[in-house]
Design a protein around this ligand. Structure first.
Ligand SMILES: [Zn+2]
Length: 341
């Protein structure tokens, strides 16, 4: 199965499942054509292997009618020539001059002090972007060294940090955890770390999402997340793992986005699944990713997305992603077939 055959797959759904799919999504599959002149044939053959690939391209557009998320799929995008820079993986072991290897002397602490885990410690962010803004700095410098118990410890420390904040100011109740893995994902420091914020006002996108979930419940007398999962499951893009729902997302914000939700009381339960996702990510060649963990109503949500190979010097996000639909080369059906969870 691949994304270009999604219309046929939808046709095979039961009447009710088709209605549900169409409530959430609008899909168009186009054949986009180009005329290849004689003089460019050799260039195209060298770069793409065949002229047909360029002359007839299948573009799949999927929009979420409720959230406004939208993606344009074309696998040919991944074959584009890109300028490469040399990356030496041994560099990630080098600790000289690393601020996060000397936390006590090089980082400030939060007003309630530091929280020390078994495999990490918190610091206050130097240049904050919110009311409370902390760091979970991993004991391990190398960002590619990730272990299951370490990840659980990071989330446990995050949980304690959020509780500390709430004890100081009960109105700082909107918690957000992010993990920018390396510079392609926006990290300024190589040493592995997560960021945690607690705000008095809900972030705009999260608030909007919560409003959509409420609107959905009112209008359709149904649960947005469970219906979203049902759609993905019907297509072979949804799985239940460790009491969490995993979706190979139909409208990814960028490559290989995975959307997870769980109704479990604590988000610490997600550490095991996040670990599995990262292991699978590494297996399919991901080197840099963004992860966000936040709450919408009773659900903990995790979104994780690939940000491209380190040797690619270009930025994967452009005007399309910022202001239009996201341009995607990874097929979620192919991704799901490669993932062992
Ligand atoms: Zn370090």
């Amino acid at each position: 199965m691949d994304i270009t055959k999604i219309e046929q797959l939808i046709e095979k759904l039961s009447r009710n499942d088709k209605i549900l799919f169409n409530r959430f999504y609008s899909v168009r599959v186009y054949e986009s054509r180009s005329k290849v002149q004689k003089k460019v044939i050799s260039v195209i053959k060298r770069r793409f292997g065949s002229i047909k690939k360029i002359e007839y391209q299948e573009i799949v557009c999927i929009n979420n009618n409720l959230t406004g998320e939208g993606s344009l799929f074309n696998k040919l995008r991944s074959s584009r020539p890109m300028r490469k820079i040399k990356i030496n993986m041994h560099e990630f072991e080098k600790k000289e001059g690393c601020f996060f290897c000397d936390i006590m002397n090089k980082t400030p602490e939060d007003i309630f002090g530091r929280i020390k885990g078994k495999y990490c410690m918190t610091a206050s962010n130097l240049a904050k972007y919110d009311y409370f803004h902390g760091l979970i700095i991993f004991n391990e410098h190398n960002p590619f060294k990730i272990k299951k118990p370490w990840l659980k410890d990071y989330l446990e420390v995050a949980y304690k940090w959020f509780k500390k904040v709430e004890n100081i100011d009960r109105f700082a109740k909107y918690h957000f955890l992010i993990w920018n893995h390396l510079w392609k994902a926006g990290a300024s420091i190589v040493h592995g770390h997560m960021q945690i914020t607690s705000s008095k006002i809900q972030y705009g996108k999260i608030k909007k999402f919560e409003e959509i979930v409420s609107y959905y419940k009112r209008k359709y007398k149904s649960n947005y997340f469970l219906d979203l999962f049902k759609i993905h499951k019907n297509l072979g893009l949804g799985r239940k793992v460790d009491r969490c729902n995993v979706l190979f997302y139909l409208t990814p914000i960028k490559e290989k986005e995975i959307f997870i939700f769980t109704k479990e009381k604590s988000f610490i339960i997600l550490s095991n699944l996040i670990y599995k996702i990262i292991q699978n990510y590494i297996k399919v060649g991901v080197q840099s990713f963004n992860l966000a963990l936040f709450k919408i109503k009773d659900y903990w949500i995790v979104r994780i997305v690939d940000r491209g190979r380190l040797e690619n010097s270009h930025c994967d996000i452009g005007s399309m992603e910022l202001y239009g639909n996201s341009v995607i080369s990874t097929d979620p059906f192919v991704l799901a077939s490669k993932f062992k969870l």
